[in-house]
Design a protein around this ligand. Structure first.
Ligand code: ATP
Ligand code: MG
Length: 181
């Protein structure tokens, strides 16, 4: 499973429909300051269920909607779709390609979610990605802040991160849960 494509429209600096294709393996995004590199990772976290406006670097969630520029009016809707290659069926969804979409309207602040274009709840998305290593709190997205925190952390704190990365943390959590039963 890998992220094959990100499609953005009306999300932050991406006013027009933009399609970003990724290849399997390591991909790099380069560009001058302020050109929208971090907005792409924001978009990925947003679709995967990020609920905090602050984590999206805004004050309100509607701040992710294109707010206009000198020659363009603000938009009323932000929509981002992540397309995962799922040929190995790593995501428990019976399709070779899984598209996850999040939409947000400025007027009613309503969010809409879709899996392969079928309307769904956010919970359906979090359930789908929970065991895939993509979920919230996983190490699939490491922000600049967490790198600074890692560098300045104590050895015990660092160990927790290594355990998380090695996949040991979930077994420790299960052990704690069964001991406490
Ligand atoms: P750096 O190299 O400095 O990290 P970057 O390429 O990561 O830069 P981003 O932070 O992704 O840049 O993009 C910042 C740009 O996105 C700013 O120009 C900002 O005005 C624009 N932007 C953010 N939110 C919106 C919005 N809602 N509407 C329009 N533009 C936005
Ligand atoms: Mg950046």
């Amino acid at each position: 499973m890998y992220l094959k494509r990100v499609e953005l429209q009306g999300f932050k600096s991406f006013a027009d429909k933009s399609v970003i294709e990724f290849k399997q393996g390591i991909n790099g995004i380069v560009g001058p300051n302020g050109c929208g590199k971090s907005n792409i990772t924001d978009a990925i976290r947003w679709v995967l269920g990020e609920k905090s406006a602050k984590a999206m670097r805004g004050d309100a969630m509607t701040d992710v909607i294109f707010s206009g520029s000198e020659d363009r009016k603000p938009q009323n809707l932000a929509e981002v779709t992540l397309v995962f290659d799922n040929e190995d069926h790593h995501l428990e969804y019976d399709a070779n390609e899984v598209e996850i979409t999040r939409r947000l309207y400025r007027i009613d602040k309503e969010a809409e979610y879709f899996i392969n274009r079928q309307p769904c709840r956010l919970k359906d998305i979090t359930d789908l990605i929970m065991d895939s290593g993509l979920g919230k709190g996983s190490l699939s997205i490491i922000s600049q802040n967490s790198i600074s925190a890692f560098v300045s952390s104590k050895p015990e704190e660092r160990r927790v991160l290594f355990e998380e990365a090695a996949g040991v943390a979930k077994y420790k959590k299960r052990k704690r849960e069964s001991v406490n039963k």
